[in-house]
Each structure stands twice: as structure tokens, then as C-alpha cells.
Design a protein. Structure first.
Length: 129
């Protein structure tokens, strides 16, 4: 028998309400997909919503793939415009944050290696105009 797992990411529990976050849908697939070496999440940002924090990782490199809408990413001191199917790779030590465009944004985030909780350093109010 083949060793595989199928999971609809949109059917996973939205983790954002657990952290009191509005304006974002955040569904993590690592555990339901039984991933051993990487993490995966689905994220949907409301129109013009900016994440209220930036983050970097101690170990995990990440790739963000915008699948619909538009977004801007602040990567350290640079702002990058993203359109559907753009993939943004971010080094573990690099601070990043995201803001959806007027139609919102949907993206998939992939990180490796799998680290579990505690790998991210969060900075509230990091992206201020």
C-alpha cells in the first residue's frame, strides 16, 4: 500500500481565532498531512489587511506562493509587490511581513526543515508607515 495523505487545506481548522486575530485565515497542514520534513499552511488575508507583526525564524527557510489576489511583502527594509503565482523565498534570519491588496490575498507557505512550535521570533507593529 502507498504511503500518502490527502487533505483539503480549506477544511483544516482556522488557527487565527485562537490567537485573537481578525482579518486573516490561517490553516496549518503539517500535522494533518503527517509531514516529517517541512511545514505547510494556507493563509487568506482580508482586503487591505496588514499582518500586525513581522517574523523571522531560528531554523526554518520559507517560501510563500501567492495563489490569488495581490499582496505586498516587506522583507527587511524592502517592499516587494506580489501577483498570483509569484513565489517569494525568505531566508530564516530575514524579517518579513505581509499586506493584502484591495481584493485580499490567498497564499500557501512552505517551510523547511520541520521545526514545530517556537522557531519563529515575532515582532509586533514591525511594519509601520
Amino acid at each position: 500500500m502507498a504511503d500518502y495523505t490527502v487533505q483539503n487545506l480549506k477544511q483544516l481548522e482556522d488557527q487565527a481565532p485562537k490567537f485573537g486575530m481578525e482579518g486573516i485565515e490561517f490553516r496549518m497542514g503539517r500535522v494533518p498531512l503527517e509531514l516529517e520534513n517541512l511545514g505547510l499552511s494556507y493563509q487568506r488575508l482580508a482586503p487591505n489587511f496588514r499582518l500586525p507583526f513581522g517574523h523571522r525564524h531560528k531554523t526554518q527557510e520559507e517560501i510563500y506562493v501567492l495563489i490569488s489576489g495581490s499582496a505586498r511583502a516587506r522583507v527587511e527594509d524592502e517592499v516587494v509587490e506580489l501577483k498570483p503565482f509569484d513565489a517569494l523565498r525568505v531566508h530564516k534570519d530575514t524579517m518579513r511581513g505581509f499586506e493584502a491588496g484591495p481584493e485580499g490575498a490567498e497564499m500557501i507557505a512552505i517551510g523547511a526543515p520541520h521545526t514545530g512550535p517556537g522557531d519563529a521570533d515575532m515582532v509586533n507593529d514591525w511594519w509601520m508607515d
